[in-house]
Ligand binder design. Structure first.
Ligand code: 13P
Length: 250
């Protein structure tokens, strides 16, 4: 049985004081969960989050990184910088980064390789636009994104990767894919992983759903055959709501 992984993506929200308060509030609420919990916070909150999370069962993540370890890249943050403040996971290729910051399948692939080399676990995002969905291209788009993201990554390495299926039309819109639709898309991704790495890897890899996940729809999503948790945006900014997603069985 694969574990469930619930990750919060705070996006560009929360100051250090908010971060400390949030973490103090959430630690007791999720301390007994068997699910894995990750908080992906803004760069400026990482140091505070690292210290606040100490001794808890919550893991720390970042939302992006550069693929180089150092150099003349004004404004960028490197994988080893993330490691230095306790980061274990890093979101790569979020659709907002692809849409607004010119990330491509090629830069996503470079970042994944660099993250793995630096002992960071990538959470790799893929997803289709509404237009692509309406044209019946969902499966083709997401499996191609996965194939390009994983180019030249070995079977051994891919075990440390989480894939997040996030249909772009469902992000921040309140529109969730039905559990059945999301599960089918994730099954298609799992088949692609099987084609690339074999059945055992496909059965093992964690594939999350993201897009308007909240406490009220999480159980239905997580009770499917292939959805292994969620990458949660808006609802991860509210302590109780996020804790209720993590504790969805209760
Ligand atoms: P929302 O949960 O706010 O729709 O955001 C999803 C997302 O983009 C997580 O990475």
């Amino acid at each position: 049985m694969r574990r469930k992984v619930i990750a919060g993506n705070w996006k560009m929200n929360m100051l250090p004081g908010d971060t400390i308060n949030f973490i103090e509030g959430i630690i007791p609420l999720v301390k007994d969960t068997e699910n894995e919990v990750i908080l992906c916070v803004p760069y400026t909150d990482l140091f505070y989050a690292w210290h606040s999370l100490e001794g808890s069962n919550i893991h720390l993540g970042a939302q992006n990184m550069h693929w180089e370890e150092s150099g003349a890249y004004t404004g960028e943050v490197s994988p080893n910088m993330l490691k230095s403040v306790g980061v274990e996971y890093v979101i790569i290729g979020h659709s907002e980064r692809r849409a607004y910051f010119a990330e491509t399948d090629e830069t996503v692939n470079k970042k994944i390789k660099s993250a793995l080399k630096n002992d960071l676990k990538p959470i790799v995002c893929v997803g289709e636009t509404l237009e692509q969905r309406e044209n019946g291209e969902t499966e083709k788009i997401i499996t191609t994104q996965v194939e390009k993201a994983l180019k030249d990554i070995t079977r051994e390495e891919v075990k440390d990767i989480i894939i997040a299926y996030e249909p772009i039309w469902a992000i921040g819109t309140g529109k969730t894919a039905t559990a059945e639709d999301a599960n089918n898309s994730i099954k298609a991704i799992r088949s692609k992983v099987k084609e690339l790495y074999g059945e055992a890897t496909a059965e093992e890899i964690i594939i999350q759903y993201g897009g308007s996940v909240k406490a009220s729809n999480s159980k239905e999503l997580f009770d499917t055959s292939d959805i292994d948790g969620a990458l949660v945006g808006g609802a991860s900014l509210k302590t109780e709501e996020f804790a209720n997603i993590v504790n969805y069985k209760k």
